[in-house]
Design a protein around this ligand. Structure first.
Ligand code: NI
Length: 159
C-alpha cells in the first residue's frame, strides 16, 4: 500500500466527469487499498478516485459504519433533506453548509465485481452523496448555502 497525493483546489482532475471502471483487476484492488490508506492518514471519512488524480468511478467511505468501497456506484433512492456543514480533503481549511437528502440507497461494486446495496442515513448518506458528486466533477463548495440562523456549527464533517 502507498499513500497517494490528494489533489486540491483548482486542479483540473477535480472538475471532470469520471469514466466507469471496466477491469476488476489487481491494479484496481491496489488503488482501493491506497485510497483507504490515504483517506485514513488524512483523517477523512471519504475519498473519491479523482481526488488522487484517477478519473474513474471509485469511492471509499468510512463514516463510522465500517469500510465501504463503491465502484461504478449508482443512487437508487434519495429522500428527505437535511443541512449540515461539510469539508473536503481537497479543500483544506474550508467548510460550507450544504443541504442533502438524509436517506440514500446506493449500489456499487466491490473490487471483486460483486454488487452491494447500502441503505444509508445521516452522516453515511451525506458522505455517499458528497463522494459521488466528485465522480461527476462536482465539489461541495458549488452546493454551499448560508446556514439557517443559529445552526450549531459543532456538526462539522470531513469528507
Ligand atoms: Ni470531497
Amino acid at each position: 500500500m502507498a499513500l497517494r497525493t490528494i489533489r486540491t483546489d483548482d486542479e483540473p482532475c477535480l472538475y471532470k466527469i469520471c469514466k466507469p471502471v471496466e477491469k476488476f483487476d489487481a491494479r484496481l484492488s491496489e488503488l482501493i487499498d491506497d485510497m483507504f490508506e490515504t483517506m485514513n492518514t488524512a483523517d477523512g471519512a471519504g475519498l473519491a478516485a479523482p481526488q488522487v488524480g484517477i478519473l474513474r468511478r471509485i469511492v471509499v467511505i468510512d463514516a463510522g459504519e465500517g469500510k465501504v468501497e463503491l465502484v461504478n456506484p449508482h443512487i437508487l433512492l434519495q429522500e428527505g433533506s437535511v443541512g449540515c456543514f461539510e469539508a473536503c480533503l481537497s479543500f483544506p481549511g474550508q467548510r460550507g453548509y450544504v443541504e442533502r437528502a438524509d436517506h440514500v440507497v446506493v449500489e456499487g461494486y466491490d473490487r471483486e465485481g460483486k454488487l452491494h446495496t447500502y441503505d444509508t442515513k445521516g452522516f453515511f448518506a451525506r458522505a455517499v452523496q458528497h463522494e459521488l458528486d466528485h465522480l461527476d466533477g462536482v465539489v461541495y463548495l458549488t452546493r454551499k448555502i448560508d446556514p439557517p440562523e443559529g445552526f450549531s456549527e459543532k456538526e462539522e464533517q470531513t469528507e
